[in-house]
Design a protein around this ligand. Structure first.
Ligand code: UT7
Length: 316
């Protein structure tokens, strides 16, 4: 059996400042009704004082505290790797992962680096965490997804500034035990710097309709490919957590799975698209709301700039 990935604990860290649709109405030619109808977003959080490193540190501190509360035998010496998925880091180096290690005084004998895979960062990070846990034999991987996207958003471009927000989420991961869950995952890349791109020192630029079409196509294919590999139906899955990019994208996908629509979690209304942070923030919100039960099977699906997409089955 190829043991799957298990989520031990989750956490999130969000900037205090809320940027509402009404605030955006004063900045660009848009309106609340248009944003809600086309995206499902009502507000997003924006850094003011916080940044991608402070959010990562806060999410990491919270997830370690949650893990200790759940399992008093857990120690930080059992963490073999610390990965931060981000495409909006504060500095080229040291990595945010190294800054988290320093700020929290974590042990030195761990692998620590950042993963740049835009909105697929957390999905690819979970796949790397699994490979690492299988090969190295350490007990845990600390995986953080964190973004300070407001730095690279052009607040005069109404087609992007309404979508994105800042935030961080974290998960402590371990290998699932025998009979808990097998490992199933897939990943794809199709290099394209025209649909969604951010050059060094510039703002992000997006062809929204092209990314929209791409997203609705690949979420279904990544989900179906995983289910086919696992020999499962979506009915046997407890939750599907898609990258939160646009409510209409998720609504479009979930219609393909009649009777299972309620399994597709959504919290984009409150945070917008937080790129690599969106899946761990969603997982933590589900956890805080008591939606995750021990043994639940979750499929996480990501897609984004690259273009990249993929999915992974995890258990709790
Ligand atoms: O993490 C992955 C990254 N990104 C995504 O997943 C984004 C995927 N794409 C989308 O979510 C959607 O394409 C958007 C929300 C960005 C845009 O929605 P749309 O329904 O695809 O609109 P559109 O770009 O086709 O534009 C329709 C109209 C245009 O006006 P005209 O040319 O028809 O007169 C736009 O200028 O809506 C206009 N428009 C706006 N109007 C009011 C575009 N942005 C806005 C706005 N407020 N903020």
């Amino acid at each position: 059996m190829n043991n799957g990935l298990k989520i031990v604990a989750t956490a999130s860290a969000l900037p205090k400042r809320r940027l509402t649709n009404e605030d955006l109405e004063k900045m660009v030619e848009t309106d609340n009704e248009w944003i809600i109808t086309r995206t499902g977003i009502r507000e997003r959080r924006i850094c003011e004082g916080e940044n991608q490193i402070t959010l990562s540190v806060e999410a990491a501190a919270k997830v370690l505290a949650a893990a200790k509360e759940k399992n008093p035998a857990f120690t930080e010496e059992q963490i073999g790797a610390l990965f931060v998925a981000t495409s909006s880091g504060e500095q080229l180096f040291p990595s945010a992962a190294c800054m988290v290690q320093k700020e929290l005084g974590l042990p030195e004998n761990m692998l620590a680096y950042d993963i740049t895979a835009a909105c697929c960062g957390f999905i690819f990070g979970m796949q790397m965490a699994h490979a690492f846990l299988k090969s190295v034999g350490m007990r845990y991987v600390l995986l953080i997804g964190s973004e300070h996207l407001s730095k690279i958003v052009d607040y005069t471009d109404r087609s992007t500034c309404i979508l994105f927000g800042d935030g961080a989420g974290a998960a402590l991961l371990t290998l699932a035990g025998e009979n808990e869950a097998e490992y199933y995952a897939n990943h794809r890349v199709n290099g394209n710097d025209g649909a969604l791109v951010c050059k060094s020192g510039g703002y992000m630029q997006m062809n929204g309709p092209e990314v929209f079409k791409f997203a609705t196509r690949v979420i279904g294919s990544a989900l179906d490919a995983l289910l086919a590999d696992a020999g499962m139906t979506v009915g046997e899955i407890d939750h599907v957590v898609c990258h939160q990019a646009n409510k209409r994208i998720i609504d479009h996908v979930k219609r393909k799975y009649p009777g299972n629509e309620e399994k597709f979690f959504m919290n984009i209304e409150s945070y917008g698209n937080t790129s690599a942070a969106s899946i761990p923030i969603a997982l933590d919100e589900m956890n805080q709301r008591g939606l995750l039960k021990s043994g639940d099977k979750i499929i996480c699906v990501g897609f984004g700039a690259g273009l990249t997409w993929g999915s992974i089955l995890v258990t709790v």
